[in-house]
Design a protein. Structure first.
Ligand SMILES: NC(=O)C1=CN([C@@H]2O[C@H](COP(=O)(O)OP(=O)(O)OC[C@H]3O[C@@H](n4cnc5c(N)ncnc54)[C@H](OP(=O)(O)O)[C@@H]3O)[C@@H](O)[C@H]2O)C=CC1
Ligand SMILES: O=C(O)[C@@H]1CCC=N1
Length: 314
């Protein structure tokens, strides 16, 4: 039996992270055990991220889950969501309304997944300070700084920021976490977020850019995906097939950049036959300033992220 993981404000992101963790735990449970007590990684998995989770000792993994939400109605829906995830999902305890302090008392690691502007009121709830003594708090709230978080919790509470994305739901997430020196906490954090996909540590000064690029990124990519599908539909492709073609092309290109060791410019050039149709399409994209528009979107979103969770009067 591992430690207790609490998710305060379990909405879209809380569900995505817990889905990743629960799916990895299910997979681990169904693996044959090594004689040293570790599970055997399935063949074909070569990323250190997946190995990290599969080989983790029991005590560095969550064994009990509690999720809190604001409204009773949300709580009822959330229970159904977890129940549909199988036996481990069904074991997640859902609390609505006044459950935050009681939940933190019972937990070892606390994920703060509420909206940025709610985080302060949750962490300053009556009795919360005592409940948080000596615990690890991981905040995924965009724009809420470590120094803000530290000012809301007792000194003995360890605080880190994480910036995951919605793709955690299918274990294809990208999460950035602020550095932490404590080896055990580092392992616990890696186990949570590698179960959801890739995870890396980066200094807090990069967090607004990470929020824009990886946190908001799925929305930007989805916009391009939708536009490509519409183009296919315009040219007579059925929508379902157009979506499959565009999504797989996007996924494959991303994997070529991640695993094929190719620079995006090399990927582009290798597709582009002189005088062919690709260069015709590319020039149209350049006329539409798609590249600078996309880069500027990251710039604007980064600047906007820095203001989230901050007092508007300042
Ligand atoms: N969405 C994304 O793609 C990403 C979001 N983030 C960050 O993650 C955080 C959550 O975003 P997201 O999941 O989209 O938000 P959601 O609105 O989906 O989830 C927030 C949850 O908090 C609950 N809540 C509200 N008040 C309380 C309370 N007092 N106590 C306990 N729970 C409460 C809400 O319940 P109810 O509805 O009943 O009030 C809701 O379930 C944000 O800080 C955001 O910056 C980070 C990376 C990506
Ligand atoms: O839009 C937002 O503010 C959040 C943070 C990153 C993704 N969604």
């Amino acid at each position: 039996m591992g430690y207790t993981l609490a998710v305060l404000g379990c909405g879209t992101m809380g569900i995505a992270i817990l889905s990743g963790v629960l799916t990895s735990l299910e997979a681990r449970l169904s693996q044959p055990l090594h004689s040293n007590g570790n599970v055997e990684p399935p063949s074909g998995i070569s990323t250190p991220t997946a190995d990290q989770f599969l080989d983790a000792p029991e005590e560095s993994l969550p064994g009990k889950f509690i999720a809190t939400v604001g409204r009773e109605e949300t709580g009822r829906k959330l229970k159904k969501t977890f129940a549909a995830m199988g036996s481990l999902g069904g074991s997640v305890e859902v609390r609505a309304g006044e459950g935050n302090v009681r939940t933190v008392k019972e937990a070892d690691v606390i994920l703060v997944c509420s909206k940025p502007q709610i985080a302060k009121s949750i962490l300053l709830e009556q009795g919360m300070s005592e409940a948080l003594e000596g615990k690890l708090v991981i905040s995924i709230c965009a724009g809420v700084t470590i120094s803000q978080l530290q000012s809301w919790v007792p000194e003995s509470t360890k605080v880190v920021r994480a910036m995951p994305n919605t793709n955690c739901k299918i274990q294809e997430g990208m999460t950035v976490v602020t550095p932490i020196s404590d080896a055990l906490h580092r392992t616990l954090i890696l186990n949570i977020f590698t179960s959801c996909g890739r995870c890396r540590f980066l200094d807090e000064k990069h967090f607004d850019a990470c929020t824009a690029l990886a946190g908001s990124g799925p929305a930007f990519v989805a916009l391009v995906l939708e536009a490509m599908v519409d183009g296919g539909v315009m040219m007579g492709l059925p929508r379902v097939e157009a979506l499959e073609l565009a999504a797989q092309t996007m996924q494959g290109t991303g994997r070529m950049a991640l695993y094929g060791g190719l620079h995006p410019a090399q990927l582009k050039d290798s597709v582009t036959t002189p005088g062919g149709c690709t260069i015709a399409g590319l020039l149209t994209l350049e006329d539409g300033r798609v590249r600078s528009t996309m880069a500027r979107a990251i710039q604007v979103a980064t600047n906007h992220a820095s203001g989230l969770g901050q007092d508007p009067k300042k």
